[in-house]
Design a protein around this ligand. Structure first.
Ligand SMILES: Cc1ncc(COP(=O)(O)O)c(C=O)c1O
Length: 396
């Protein structure tokens, strides 16, 4: 049996008729730019993400770009982020003429290490030049937002959460009296940026994105920037772009959004099954693999149903990773490396300052990580086959 990394047919089958009806509605309305579907999705997504409001945009990349533009990031500015992410995070900084500065990642979560971020912020050459913090909630688990927000407050900086992979993931926000309030990705920072790329937990039938933002004035700026910076029409006080969300995508996403909690649950169930299957095969104990950890889960029995990790990707560390990947692909098991080259070593990013500086944990992650199938409709038998194939590889 083949086990694909992702099988969208399985998700499509039960939703097909409803999706066709929603798409037909848009077609027949002849409202093809913005309109009620986009507005409805903005409302529903803002409510789901516990955010004050949301702005629909054309992709996760445009969400990041428009958010940084609204925050007036420009030439000469520095933005502090992680070197271990998808290129869009860093590409948007560079496209504005700004430059990324990196702090290394936490080896357990693969997310920006707040202590190292603090050290970078404290460096004299960065004083006054770092204009925003851009943590990424990689693979579906929030970066450690409380210390990141504390740094932002100390230095007077906005925080843009790259939540492209983490829609609905919760973070244990510390409240007075030692209490915890679970806050969803994109509701903590100044803005949250989401992607509806089809492989995301909430995926469209093409590109799409959203910015969550509580501040009404900033939200308005983002809305203006989304349509060429035009307000009123054909007057352009701001430089913007065509960052509009397509109503066809909004219509499809409105059909899918009510299913998101169940899909998150299924992904968490699949992660728990992997945990059992890998343990039964003795692979973590043998040092062959390191399994992903949901570091915020669970704080109490009542919290078990919360989406501490939404497992957009199930990423293990593996000994002899490249050979294992070839072995799995040879046996019909989908897997992928997210990401093989950290940002500071990418051709489009490389800067003399970073040569030799090194971010050892990001570089080690790039050498060791491998994403396995985790999509909601994956069966127990398929997961057993994945683990069996991995066990076979290490027995050879
Ligand atoms: C961490 C991260 N940031 C940004 C993006 C960009 O999103 P999009 O592909 O919708 O432009 C992605 C998408 O893969 C991502 O994973």
């Amino acid at each position: 049996m083949r086990v694909p990394l992702l099988d969208l047919h399985e998700q499509l089958r039960p939703l097909r008729d409803e999706l066709l009806a929603a798409l037909t509605e848009v077609l027949d309305s002849t409202c093809y730019i913005m309109g009620p579907k986009v507005e409805a999705l903005e409302r529903e997504l803002a409510a789901y993400c516990q955010a004050g409001g949301a702005v629909g945009v054309a992709s996760g990349t445009d969400a990041l770009l428009a958010a940084l533009m609204a925050l007036r990031i420009g030439p000469g500015d520095l933005v502090l982020t992680t070197p271990y992410t998808f290129v869009a995070t860093v590409g948007c900084i560079l496209r504005l003429g700004a430059r990324p500065v990196f702090a290394d990642i936490d080896p357990v979560t693969f997310n920006l290490d707040p202590a190292l971020a603090g050290e970078v912020l404290a460096r004299s050459e960065h004083r006054g030049r770092i204009k925003a913090l851009l943590p990424v909630h990689l693979f579906g688990q929030c970066a450690d937002l409380a210390p990141i927000m504390a740094l932002a407050e100390e230095h007077g900086l906005p925080v843009v959460e790259d939540a492209a992979q983490a829609i609905g993931a919760v973070y244990p926000w510390p409240e007075a009296g030692g209490q915890v309030r679970w806050r969803r990705a994109g509701s903590v920072g100044t803005a949250g940026c989401f992607s509806f790329f089809p492989s995301k937990n909430l995926g469209g039938i093409g590109d799409g994105g959203m910015i969550t933002v509580a501040d009404a004035a900033l939200r308005e700026r983002m809305r203006i920037i989304r349509v060429h910076g035009g307000e009123p029409k054909y007057h352009h006080p701001l430089l913007g772009g065509n960052f509009r969300l397509d109503p066809i995508q909004a219509a499809a996403l409105l059909v899918k959004l009510p299913h998101l909690p169940a899909w998150h649950r299924a992904r968490r169930r699949n992660a728990a099954r992997y945990q059992e299957l890998f343990a039964a095969a003795g692979l973590p104990e043998a040092g062959a693999v390191v399994l992903p950890q949901a570091v915020y889960a669970p704080q109490a029995k009542d919290d078990e149903q919360l989406d501490h990790h939404i497992y957009n990707q199930y990423v293990i560390r593996a000994r002899r990773r490249d050979e294992l990947k070839a072995h799995l692909l040879h046996h019909g098991i989908g897997c992928e490396i997210y990401y093989p080259i950290p940002m500071h070593q990418q051709g489009c990013v490389a800067h003399p300052d970073w040569q030799g500086a090194g971010f050892p944990e990001a570089e080690r992650a790039a050498r060791e990580t491998l994403a396995l199938p985790i999509y909601p409709e994956l069966t127990f038998e398929m997961q057993a086959q994945v683990v069996e194939a991995i066990a076979d590889f290490y027995q050879k």
